[in-house]
Design a protein around this ligand. Structure first.
Ligand code: ZN
Ligand code: ZN
Length: 351
């Protein structure tokens, strides 16, 4: 029997998170209810936490990277049964809009309405498209905290595919010492490329080297000169911060024919100025990469299940659901990498 109420962490205003008692949802046809065991903080959410986000407006239930157990299934669901440990991505494409029909399912026009959130809660309801396309049984022995990286890693898999790194290429990763950057470093290394990471904190730059970075450079005024001194110019740059001034500097790092991948989301309306002589005469490529597809979600699951990607050091601490506000505050401070929220096991007393 499911309880009538549960706790859920809700972003009620910028930088204000409250844990509310809310009804436990019941799965309708094609839906699955998951009892969440682990959820992770994410940089995308941090943006909405700080300043709002075009897709996530308060009151917004937080959390979309998660692992849990099937608590109940709706009519017609046969792929999973209650009691199974599962992991899912935070959306699934509609399959029917123009981008979906063109095979660009990460750009699904119905994404805003198909986007799942609310994993910082005891229970989470998965929609029929997610159940049908992006819900997976967890392999035994793979820790929850590892599998919870399914979504961020799926986005990075898509980014690396889009960049197409070749063996021996030097790829500068700006903002490369954060959780997303450290996933990029590992996938670039696996592709045979030489990642050079630009980041702020010395301990994280050390972690980047440990996880496969060929070299690291401290972010700041000297970083372009320092990268030039180390490698000359880069075959490609991955920009993760979304900060316009850094994107402008990224262009200066590229060799003729170089590629810039704009991976980090910028504030709405943000612009940069580009040296068009370089874009034209040096044939630079500037492209974006966003979100994930069912194919990159599957690749991500495979990498995590095989233990091919190291994610344990990317989680700094684990906190109970009741401490969700504190978790977001610490995550916002920049002192931590990802934080894990653990609803199950420390159940709060429902008032
Ligand atoms: Zn995420
Ligand atoms: Zn679509």
């Amino acid at each position: 029997m499911l309880p009538a109420t549960m706790h859920a962490a809700v972003l009620v205003a910028p930088r204000r998170v409250e844990v509310h008692a809310v009804p436990v949802p019941h799965p309708g046809p094609g839906e699955v209810l998951v009892e969440v065991t682990t959820a992770l903080t994410c940089g995308t959410e941090l943006k909405s936490y700080r300043q709002g986000h075009r897709l996530f407006r308060p009151p917004w239930p937080l959390g979309h990277e998660f692992v849990g157990w099937v608590a109940a299934v709706g009519e017609g669901v046969t792929s999973v049964v209650p009691g199974e440990r599962v992991v899912a991505a935070n959306s699934a494409p509609c399959g029917d809009c123009p981008p979906c029909r063109a095979g660009r399912t990460n750009l699904c026009q119905r994404l805003p309405e198909l986007l799942l959130s609310g994993a910082f809660a005891d229970y989470l309801l998965l929609s029929p498209p997610i159940v049908a396309q992006n819900l997976f049984r967890a392999s035994p022995g793979v820790p929850d905290q590892t599998l919870a990286f399914l979504e961020p890693l799926a986005c990075v898999v898509l980014g690396v595919e889009s960049l197409g790194p070749r063996p021996g290429e030097t790829v500068v990763v700006i903002g490369g010492s954060g959780p997303i950057g450290l996933l990029f470093v590992q996938l670039l290394r696996r592709a045979g490329a030489e990642p050079v990471v630009i980041g702020r904190k010395p301990n994280r730059l050390a972690l980047a080297r440990q996880l496969g970075a060929s070299a690291t450079v401290a972010a700041g005024d000297e970083m372009v000169a320092e990268v030039r001194r180390l490698i000359g110019s880069a075959d490609a740059v991955v920009e993760i911060t979304g900060i316009p001034s850094l994107i402008e500097q990224a262009v200066h790092l590229l060799r003729p024919g170089g590629r810039l991948l704009v991976f980090g989301g910028s504030a709405t309306g943000a612009t940069v100025s580009l040296d068009l002589t370089r874009v034209h005469y040096d044939e630079l490529t500037v492209r974006g990469a966003f979100h994930h597809t069912p194919a990159t979600v599957r690749q991500s699951l495979d990498l995590l299940t095989r233990g091919a990607i190291t994610v344990e050091p990317l989680v700094s601490d684990r906190l109970p659901l009741q401490a969700a506000a504190e978790a977001m505050r610490r995550f916002d401070s920049g002192e931590t990498l990802k934080l894990a929220i653990a609803p199950r096991g420390r159940p709060p007393a429902v008032a």
